[in-house]
Design a protein around this ligand. Structure first.
Ligand code: BTN
Length: 251
């Protein structure tokens, strides 16, 4: 499918995910996409806000996936693969941190917010929202965030136009979404593993809203859940929707 044909450019919006959700409710077709110049209520995962000054990428796309419900958590991983590939096209080697951070070293380059809308019969549509820092200057951020963010310009010195970045991301998203529909989730999961931080076999902790789980990272499963071997010999499955943050524990 040609998702580039469905791309609409807007000025300042509250959140591109909200715009696409409205389009989805109104019956817009799969592949409808919105690129905004800036957002005044950009949203991140876990109720966090997403800084959205003009010049960076704020893009959301509408999907109407015909997938078993347990395959839906693969979509954020698929978006991560697409973003890492788009960044690679600009000479930036990004790695993916479960569930869906796109990092360069320890600094965040891009984030993904996937939101599903359900009706009585199951998932009606899914909004995939991506934000990529293109020209953000980490030195202009509040001190506590400075060492935690990066951008394509900070990494390469190049200023990429949001429209060009949107086209690159949509092209990669389209390739992987078609592949998911045709070949199932195995190739997507394999590509995600290749781009992921190589934390397998290492002690990590996952924080969720009310809990902190510690264990050895083993793998992800067919639904994109993180498998953790715990001290008592059990293997825990952590669902991405329940995870706030994954951290590696030293020692
Ligand atoms: C995260 O890492 O917490 C996810 C950030 C997702 C930000 C993007 S920007 C475009 C889209 N619209 C939003 O309000 N959020 C996503």
């Amino acid at each position: 499918m040609d998702w580039l044909a469905g791309l609409e450019q807007l000025g300042r919006v509250a959140s591109t995910n909200d715009v696409i959700r409205e389009r989805g409710r109104a019956g817009a077709p799969e592949g409808t996409a919105v690129l905004a110049e800036s957002q005044n209520a950009g949203r991140g995962r876990e109720g966090r806000s997403w800084r959205s000054p003009a010049g960076n990428l704020f893009l959301s796309v509408l999907l109407r996936p015909v997938l078993p419900p347990d395959a839906l958590p693969v979509l954020p991983l698929l978006a991560g693969v697409a973003l890492a590939e788009a960044a690679a096209g600009y000479g930036v080697a990004a790695r993916l941190k479960w569930p869906n951070d796109v990092l360069v070293g320890e600094r965040k380059l891009a984030g993904i917010l996937v939101e599903a809308t359900s009706s009585g019969s199951g998932v009606e549509f899914v909004v995939v929202g991506v934000g990529m820092n293109l020209v953000l200057d980490p030195l202009e951020l509040p001190e506590e965030l400075r060492s935690r963010a990066t951008s394509i310009r900070a990494e390469t010195g190049r200023s990429i136009e949001p429209l060009a970045a949107a086209r690159a991301v949509l092209a990669r998203l389209g390739v992987w979404y078609d592949r998911l529909s045709r070949e199932g989730r195995v190739p997507v999961l394999a590509a995600w593993r290749l781009a992921a931080l190589p934390w397998w076999g290492e002690r990590v902790e996952v924080r969720s809203a009310g809990a902190r789980i510690e264990g050895v990272a083993r793998d992800i499963d067919q639904s994109g859940a993180l498998l953790l071997d715990t001290a008592d010999g059990a293997t825990l499955r952590v669902l991405s929707g329940d995870a706030r943050e994954l951290r590696r524990l030293s020692g």
